[in-house]
Design a protein around this ligand. Structure first.
Ligand code: X8Z
Ligand code: ZN
Length: 619
């Protein structure tokens, strides 16, 4: 694959020696001692100009190979045919080419060389070079064979996960079907069967996941990272320990509220399922979500139930409505390519192929080709997810501008990227918003405490899952080399400790329940992004409500407010060229903190304590 690199590197090296300095920063720097023979007049190297030339050529190649990789991945995730190897072979080829470029020894050498002259470069150049070096560590060609095996194993793992045929009541079903049972079914036996069906994919992924752990760790170790978890945390400018400390702190801050919710849920669900004994820990199949990460379907707020409204409007309406919301804030209409090339809805019955049914958003070419992969059905969960995905899409479109170089077309950090659309999802479920759009009757009295409870069952309940179970498990898995005969035991140990959830029946090591979560397989060691994104989301929402809209954060209507749009666009615009800590401080006046999230739900504490009076607390 070096054929792509040679012209580029030659150009960069030639430029490095032949031209005169012009920028002031560089002209004050003496040339390296070995650069010129003593007899020649010393021509100072213009590091800024050299870096610029290198980055221009590098970025062009990067964008081209990135696009080819995206196209192949898109195909692999939207057309999964059991036993077919054409897609996976093409994807492996494209990803290998991209990896070979990113991790090429020549590029790494040049990046390091330029970064040695950091002081003479512009901050924007330094950021780009650091990003390129970070990318290189994902696929260093000093261990080309390991990288190649990782790529192959990753493609296979995704195909296995999404090619899997789930069975419930001896019929083939989708995960949407199983999720519906878990949201709506009252019969505990049927719930148990659906929950177990949703976990049946786990064991098929065990060998692949263990192999991926080794390969992922080995790849980043080649450039000096201790393990894959540390590598992912370094993207925030943090060590693994710092990241774990941060997510543990967030978890502790929300723990008192979670404890109340947990107690409440045990008693309410026991009642609902006709159980006389209230269990100390929640059986996993009682909860309206496969992993117990969102319990909001437990509560119906009279007058605010979106499901019947959405059912009438249909799946397409939700995507269009989400677009309208963004447009109302001043964002542009989605480009034609989004509608032409996205895969937004479940496959028709009888399709001869499968697709990745977890929602995602794609910036195909780091330019205008943006797409989303979803399986939207008309219900509250997908309504929020649709807003979430369009948040990614509008983030892509906003930082695709002349001031943001290709290499920095990413979020201020990964959590920002997750926060934007989730924020819009929250805003799009608040009563004044829904009333303004005539989706609910503004005159109907609705219960504010029930509304807040439903929100807590979504946002608060998520925290111990994301910052506790997922992050701790992956930390053990990648950094502490969790023993392969402890994988499931550790998972359930953490679920009990953080979520207060236990498996319905013994789940020994023949199962691999963590692997049923897509991110464990294809978005590794980054799930704390979502925990942090919720924290940031509430910080942004708090600021928007109080300082832009002058509305109660519990009852806002963002719709049509151009100032809100400007606030969000200003955060999105610089992409990863911004310093994420500085940006948060600038925009909200605060450092990253669960303060706003805790405040938002504080009114619920009194209510829950009252409800839980006399009940046994077990966490
Ligand atoms: O995975 C996602 C997004 C990916 S773009 C749909 N989320 C997490 C999950 O589903 O587990 C959003 C919130 C949590
Ligand atoms: Zn997302």
């Amino acid at each position: 694959m070096h054929k792509h690199l040679l012209p580029l590197l030659t150009a960069a090296l030639l430029a490095g020696c032949a031209q005169k300095a012009s920028a002031p920063a560089a002209s004050t720097t003496p040339p390296p001692a070995s650069a010129e023979p003593a007899t020649q007049p010393a021509v100072p190297i213009n590091w800024q100009r050299d870096a610029e030339q290198f980055l221009t050529a590098y970025s062009q190649q990067y964008q081209r190979l990135y696009t080819q990789s995206s196209e192949a991945e898109w195909r692999s995730n939207t057309h999964i045919v059991a036993g077919d190897t054409t897609n996976s072979a093409a994807t492996a080829r494209a990803n290998e080419a991209f990896a070979a470029f990113n991790g090429s020894a020549e590029n790494i050498k040049r990046l390091r060389e330029l970064l040695e002259h950091k002081a003479e470069l512009t901050p924007l150049q330094v950021k780009q070079l650091q990003t390129a070096l970070y990318n290189a560590a994902g696929s260093p060609q000093t261990v080309a064979d390991v990288v190649k095996r990782r790529i192959k194993a990753e493609t296979q793992q995704t195909e296995k996960l999404y090619g899997y045929e789930y069975k419930y009541q001896s019929k083939a079903v989708t995960t949407n079907d199983l999720d519906r049972v878990l949201r709506e079914e009252k019969n505990p036996q049927k719930r148990l069967a659906a929950w177990e069906a949703s976990k049946a994919v786990g064991p098929t992924l065990k060998e692949g996941l263990l192999n991926l752990r080794t390969l992922r760790n080995q790849v980043v170790q080649a450039l000096g990272y201790p393990d894959y978890f540390s590598y992912q945390a370094s993207d925030y400018g943090m060590t693994r320990e710092e990241m774990m400390q941060l997510v543990r702190k967030i978890n502790e801050e929300l723990r008192p509220l979670y404890r109340e919710l947990h107690t409440y849920a045990r008693y309410e669900l026991a009642k609902k399922y006709g159980q006389k004994q209230v269990p100390d820990y929640l059986p996993a199949h009682w909860l309206p979500n496969r992993w117990g990460q969102d319990w909001s379907a437990m509560v119906d707020v009279k007058g605010l139930n979106l499901d019947p409204i959405l059912a009438k409007k249909g799946a397409e309406w939700q995507v269009k409505q989400a677009e309208r919301f963004y447009q109302s804030l001043g964002y542009p209409a989605l480009p034609a390519v989004f509608w032409e090339k996205s895969s937004l809805y479940p496959l028709p019955a009888g399709a001869t192929y499968k697709k990745n049914n977890h929602a995602s958003a794609w910036h195909m070419d780091l330019n205008q080709d943006v797409r989303s992969l979803m399986s939207v059905e008309p219900n509250t969960e997908w309504y929020e997810t649709t807003h979430h995905e369009l948040g990614h899409i509008y983030y892509y479109l906003t930082y695709t501008n002349p001031d943001v170089p290709v290499l920095l077309r990413g979020g201020a950090n990964r959590a920002y990227h997750e926060a934007m659309g989730s924020l819009m999802g929250l805003a799009a479920t608040q009563k004044p918003f829904l009333a303004g759009l005539n989706l609910v009757d503004p005159k109907t009295q609705t219960n504010q405490t029930q509304t807040l409870l439903k929100e807590a069952l979504n946002y608060v309940v998520f925290i111990p899952f994301a910052s506790g179970v997922m992050s701790e498990w992956e930390n053990s898995f990648y950094a502490d080399n969790l023993s392969q005969d402890q994988l499931n035991a550790r998972w359930w140990e953490l679920s009990k400790q953080y979520q207060g959830i236990v498996p319905p029946t013994a789940r020994d090591e023949q199962y691999l329940d963590p692997a049923t979560k897509t991110h464990i397989n294809d978005d590794p060691a980054q799930y704390y992004d979502y925990a942090l994104s919720y924290v940031i989301l509430f910080q942004l929402h708090d600021h928007i409500s109080k300082h832009i809209l002058h509305q109660d954060p519990h009852a806002t209507n963002y719709y049509g407010n151009k100032e809100v749009g400007k606030f969000l666009r200003d955060i999105m615009y610089p992409g990863a060229s911004a310093d994420w800590r500085q940006l948060l401080r600038e925009k909200t006046g605060e450092d990253l903190s669960a303060r706003a999230m805790v405040d938002y739900f504080q009114p619920l504490m009194t209510y829950l304590k009252q409800q839980n009076k006399g009940r046994k607390y077990t966490m």
